[in-house]
Design a protein around this ligand. Structure first.
Ligand SMILES: [Zn+2]
Length: 175
């Protein structure tokens, strides 16, 4: 899948939601698209996992590790919604795809589906139109608080949505 298509999908979800101001309520969006959310502290041995989608018992359920910070949980929900909307067929064949492991920000993820879900998440949480409305007036920390993401995510979005290059958003944002 082309990065442009991933960004288009995230933009479409935002536009259909009529959301105009940050923060983007990704929990509400996930529910809109049929993902029930269950937030609970994961057991000790699963602390390296931020979230996953369970397809057992018929209806899809998104489990989010409640030990994580709210920013991280927002990213988890957005990332998993990306898998759900972009990779549903893969997911039905291999539910392990939707297990989100905690990977340090900036680490290059070799798996294209993971990169797509991360790009979707960053574009969903920090839509370019909303960022443009504030980018010149607010600092990175303030923007992070407004959008409910880490400063790293804001940094990537600021960098990848600059006006000058012809295709400024074709790079991938990682968390
Ligand atoms: Zn993933």
């Amino acid at each position: 899948m082309q990065t442009d298509e991933v960004i288009e999908k995230a933009t479409e979800v935002i536009n259909l939601s009529y959301l105009k101001e940050p923060p983007v309520d990704v929990y509400a969006l996930a529910k809109t698209y049929g993902l029930e959310i269950e937030q609970q502290p994961f057991p000790e041995k699963y602390q390296h996992i931020s979230g996953f989608i369970s397809l057992s018992n018929g209806s899809p359920k998104l489990f989010v590790n409640d030990n994580d910070s709210q920013n991280r949980k927002n990213f988890t929900v957005a990332h998993e919604l990306g898998h759900w909307l972009l990779h549903k067929d893969h997911l039905l064949n291999d539910p392990n795809l939707a297990v989100l492991f905690r990977i340090p920000l900036g680490t290059l993820n070799q798996d294209p589906l993971e990169r797509e879900a991360n790009t979707f998440a960053a574009n969903l949480l920090v839509p370019k139109a909303m960022l443009d409305a504030y980018r010149d007036d607010k600092g990175q920390r303030e923007l992070a608080q407004m959008f409910g993401v880490s400063e790293e995510v804001i940094g990537y979005r600021l960098e990848h949505t600059r006006e000058t290059p012809r295709h400024p958003e074709t790079q991938t944002t990682q968390e």
